[in-house]
Design a protein around this ligand. Structure first.
Ligand SMILES: Nc1ncnc2c1ncn2[C@@H]1O[C@H](COP(=O)(O)OP(=O)(O)O)[C@@H](O)[C@H]1O
Ligand SMILES: [Mg+2]
Length: 545
């Protein structure tokens, strides 16, 4: 190490005095990034001593004292000014912390009980989130994840079929993945306990591909190239570092562009019952939205729908710039949840590369339902409509991961579908989702039944960021159009009964006159894109007349 330093450092007065060096190196190790709290919060067994690595280590001091004889007047300043030296000091500190990370001895336990979805294993000392292998009778391991524990009993949930397991089967925790530090990088990838959880493939090789929740291709196009395994849980962005939503996004759907303008980095819910055109609408957005990458998460859909969505709705053009993660309804609940987090992690990966990502998640309700299955199975008490409290905690954890990136570089604009039958405002998931999203688009069955597609009920829908991203003329026009639509809808019964006669209410007359054009503006064929500027101009021209 001394050699490295000497090689890299310019000769002469470069290193701090021994005593200041100890302080400086401590500071170096401690403040070099935000990761230490995460590190001490837990690696495998015991809190890894970020503090230890920092405190008992006098090595950097030793190196310094070996070299610091011809000390300069302001050595600490010299070190601070020397980027190469700093880079090496960082790297050494990273190596030290990495080397002091404890790796538990390989151990195994035994399966003692299986009830429903949950397995109990004795003698397994693995942390929550760790992946284990349970060896079945046929010699094939079943993968399982630790979801909780009680004393020395670990609760596991399988990410595959339980067939073939018997009492006493061997349970082996899998070694935690971690990557050694690299010189000249922010080596953060092994410092938090989350970084040592599940790693799945991410990267450009996923574009145009359909994968399952484990990152295994489902499209029979061969193995994934140009991907790298990365942790599923990425570092959260400080709320103060996030850019607010300021730029409009062209979704290619006229009703949304004109009346419910969406901003880059916004998170919107698509509320609808089944069969009213959610999938078709998501497909239109996947094909027409101006985005660099589209990530589609199909969570808890029927298997047939997955194929239909990819072949008929997304099409070749849509798929070329998309990644589809599918975790259909027959997958175990843990896998369905993993599908949603994997899709989000892929979106975050592209966002961190500075790209503008559109994340389409179908559906958020099924994600919450999967969490309900897990939580109830491991004994959490149900609260609202059978949903245990953890379901409501998981929703914002997932949704908060999308949005704008740091300093306006990349962004994730996300659409989450939420199942809501009729106007059931009581559905707790729909309720919770409405609170954590930046807007909701409601699709109604009446419109779909009347052949009005996309079946967006603009009166019930709102984009909470529209005021920040649309020009005033458009905002005024949208408000006017809403008022006119509402007026004519209220008078619909009168009109149908023939009780309406023009000349009594000028506003209603205007609404009745403009209604066909307004309705035409809001309807759109699924194979026809409508760009933002054109949609806006059409709306302004219509209400201005
Ligand atoms: N924009 C559209 N144009 C024409 N038909 C549509 C449109 N959107 C939806 N539909 C019709 O509605 C049906 C159901 O849509 P789908 O998106 O599969 O519903 P969901 O995903 O809400 O269950 C489609 O099979 C299609 O016939
Ligand atoms: Mg659908």
């Amino acid at each position: 190490m001394t050699l490295d330093l000497a090689d890299d450092a310019p000769h002469g007065a470069l290193l701090p005095e021994p005593d200041t060096a100890a302080a400086a190196s401590d500071a170096d190790v401690c403040i070099d990034d935000d990761a230490l709290p995460g590190q001490s919060a837990g690696t495998w067994d015991e809190p890894n001593s970020g503090a230890n690595a920092a405190a008992d280590d006098d090595q950097p001091g030793d190196i310094a004292s070996g070299q610091a004889e011809p000390a300069a007047p302001a050595p600490a300043a010299a070190a601070a000014d020397n980027p190469r030296l700093q880079r090496w000091a960082h790297y050494l500190a990273d190596l030290e912390a990495y080397a002091s990370m404890r790796v538990p001895l390989a151990s195994h336990g035994t399966l003692v009980r299986v009830t429903g979805l949950v397995m109990e294993a004795g003698g397994v000392r693995a942390p929550v989130g760790a992946v284990c292998e349970v060896l079945g009778d046929n010699g094939h391991p079943v993968q399982a994840e630790v979801v909780g524990f009680n004393g020395d009993r670990a609760y596991l949930m399988a990410t595959g079929e339980l067939t073939g397991l018997r009492s006493g089967a061997r349970v082996t925790p899998r070694a935690a993945p971690h990557s050694p530090p690299l010189l000249g990088r922010d080596n953060l990838l092994w410092r938090r306990s989350e970084d040592r959880g599940l790693h799945l493939p991410m990267g450009d090789g996923l574009l145009g591909r359909v994968v399952d929740a484990h990152g295994v291709p489902m499209d029979k196009l061969g193995t994934l190239n140009h991907v790298r395994n990365a942790p599923m849980v990425r570092r959260p962005i400080n709320a103060m570092d996030r850019d607010p939503v300021r730029r409009p996004l062209d979704t290619g759907v006229r009703a949304i562009n004109a009346m419910l303008t969406v901003g880059r980095g916004q998170r919107i819910g698509l509320f609808a019952g089944t069969g009213v055109g959610k999938s078709v609408l998501l497909g239109m957005m996947a094909r027409y939205t101006e985005a660099d990458v589209i990530v589609v998460g199909l969570i808890g859909e029927r298997g047939r729908e997955v194929k239909e969505f990819i072949e008929d709705i997304l099409g070749e053009a849509g798929l070329a710039r998309s990644v589809v993660v599918a975790a259909p309804a027959d997958a175990p609940p843990l896998v369905r949840m993993q599908g949603a987090t994997y899709a989000t992690a892929i979106a975050e990966h592209f966002r961190d590369e500075g790209r503008h990502v559109l994340l389409l998640m179908d559906s958020l309700t099924r994600y919450a339902m999967a969490q309900r299955e897990i939580a109830l199975a491991i004994g959490e008490p149900p609260a609202t409509k059978g949903y245990p409290p953890s379901c409501f905690a998981k929703l914002p954890q997932l949704v908060e991961r999308s949005g704008n990136g740091l300093n306006g570089v990349g962004s994730i604009t996300a659409f989450y579908t939420v199942l809501s039958e009729g106007d059931d405002q009581q559905d707790p998931i729909a309720d919770a989702a409405r609170g954590i999203l930046d807007g909701h688009i409601v699709l109604t069955r009446e419109l779909a039944e009347a052949g009005h597609y996309p079946a967006i009920d603009v009166e019930k829908s709102i984009s909470r960021v529209m005021a920040n991203v649309a020009p005033k003329a458009q905002l005024d026009a949208a408000r006017r159009a809403r008022a006119l639509l509402s007026k004519v809808n209220k008078a619909r019964d009168l009109i149908q009964l023939g009780a309406y006669a023009p000349g009594h209410d000028a506003e209603l007359d205007l609404a009745v006159r403009l209604q066909p054009q307004l309705v035409a503006l809001l309807q759109q064929d699924m194979h026809e894109p409508a760009d933002l500027a054109h949609s806006r101009d059409q709306l302004i021209a219509l209400t201005g007349s």
